[in-house]
Design a protein around this ligand. Structure first.
Ligand SMILES: Cc1cc2nc3c(=O)[nH]c(=O)nc-3n(C[C@H](O)[C@H](O)[C@H](O)COP(=O)(O)OP(=O)(O)OC[C@H]3O[C@@H](n4cnc5c(N)ncnc54)[C@H](O)[C@@H]3O)c2cc1C
Length: 382
């Protein structure tokens, strides 16, 4: 059996790895000219943990994970509001969850699959045709490939989804926020090793995280209905405009923006489709079900979903549509639960008013008090 997988992100690489274990030949097509590194810190766990274990990459992922030693909530001028200790942060996670850079998940998967698949960088898909059980894919390098299965693992703005299911306007649910994330060239002096700091003010959030090995990520998330958010398009214009009055490490982080290698800048959206497959074409990861960073579970779902897809295809040998239907039935409830969580978080994520901010952060303040800590941990994991 042969699969063409579009996208060498977490979902695409995990799918290639799982299908190779099931005896499939795979070709991965990636638009970027080379592998992308860096990224932002994600919490990895749940079905991702179990999927990673079956894929044989859990140890390597854990080796790259890091522990946040302290999380400080600050006022816009940098004065401290309250601090969560490493212990309190750990209480919000169960023992199967850990924190890791998104790019490191990709690296681990790539190392595990590189000898088991072919990856064609700098290439995308331009046309898809399904006749009977064969999918014919035209690629941007002019070549034509045939396969038993086409997997669209090409993220929120999936080209496979556009070509096979229709334009993204039908499927993307904009959650009214914009996000900009990038790595800083060095850890600012004002941020201790292993520490994180957050400012939330007037519909805008800034977070800076020391993520191990001297690496630091800067994160900007803001409501698109605040007046300054009208500046869009180029993050190098938008972020300095929206955050111009914030102090503490914000100016230093904005200087880092000028030379950052790669900046993730997009709306925070969910993908909502009635079906994730049609015939022998299936979408996986953010292309199919993006739950958004508000739900904080996209990487875990990408790995767990890819693993489950391989299992279903193994069970239904020769009946790909049957396997895809069974896989989707099993996975959908988890995805829909996380999408509901994402929609709930959007309303409390970057409050515009001071009162709302105090109310939404009250549980975090309480989390620094040991008797409440375990209770909140159970609530956040539920
Ligand atoms: C700021 C932020 C914080 C997050 N926090 C968490 C968290 O705490 N926990 C968690 O589990 N998840 C988190 N996520 C979500 C998580 O990163 C994603 O859900 C996950 O990486 C999905 O991976 P994917 O492979 O489906 O898509 P992507 O990572 O978008 O990968 C898609 C790949 O396809 C390629 N591609 C795109 N278009 C084409 C094309 N036309 N042709 C060929 N290739 C193409 C891209 O270059 C990319 O390599 C967060 C996301 C963000 C933005």
């Amino acid at each position: 059996m042969r699969a063409i997988i579009v996208g060498a992100g977490i979902a695409g690489l995990a799918t290639a790895l799982r299908l190779s274990h099931a005896g499939w030949e795979t070709l991965v097509v990636e638009r970027a000219a080379a592998r992308r590194g860096g990224g932002y810190a994600v919490t990895f766990g749940g079905i991702g943990h179990d999927g990673a274990e079956r894929l044989g990459v859990l140890r390597a992922l854990r080796d790259r994970s890091f522990v946040t030693a302290e999380l400080a909530y600050r006022r816009p001028d940098g004065r401290l509001r309250f601090t969560l200790s490493g212990e309190a942060i750990a209480a919000t996670m169960d023992e199967t969850s850990f924190t890791i850079l998104r790019g490191d998940i990709e690296s681990v998967l790539f190392e595990a699959v590189r000898d088991r698949t072919t990856v064609r960088f700098g290439t995308t898909v331009t046309a898809v045709d399904q006749v009977g059980r064969t999918v014919t894919v035209t690629l941007s390098d002019g070549s034509t490939e045939h396969a038993d299965l086409l997997v669209g693992a090409d993220g929120l703005h999936s080209a496979v989804r556009n070509l096979v299911f229709g334009p993204e306007q039908q499927y993307l649910r904009n959650l009214g926020h914009q996000v900009g994330v990038y790595m800083l060239p060095r850890r600012p002096q004002g941020l201790a090793d292993g520490a994180s700091g957050t400012i939330s003010d007037g519909g805008r959030t800034f977070a800076i995280n020391s993520v191990g090995n001297g690496r630091t990520t800067a994160f900007f998330g803001y409501r698109t209905d605040i007046p300054t958010a009208a500046v869009t398009g180029d993050p190098r214009v938008a972020l300095p405009a929206v955050y111009r009055d914030m102090g503490w490490l914000v100016p230093e982080a904005l200087v880092g923006l000028r030379t950052a290698d790669s900046v993730y800048f997009d709306t925070i959206s969910q993908a909502v489709l009635e079906r994730w497959s049609t015939g022998n074409v299936v979408l996986v990861g953010d292309a199919a079900w993006c739950v958004s960073l508000f739900a904080g579970y996209g990487s875990s779902l990408a790995v767990g979903g890819a693993d489950a897809l391989g299992t279903a295809l193994e069970r239904h040998r020769g009946d790909i549509p049957g396997a895809l239907a069974e896989w989707e039935r099993a996975l959908r409830p988890d995805v829909e639960r996380k999408q509901r969580l994402g929609r709930w978080v959007k309303d409390v994520y970057a409050p515009r008013s001071r009162l709302m901010l105090e109310l939404t952060q009250l549980p975090l303040r309480l989390a620094s008090w040991p008797p409440v800590r375990s209770l909140i941990g159970r609530h956040l994991q539920g």
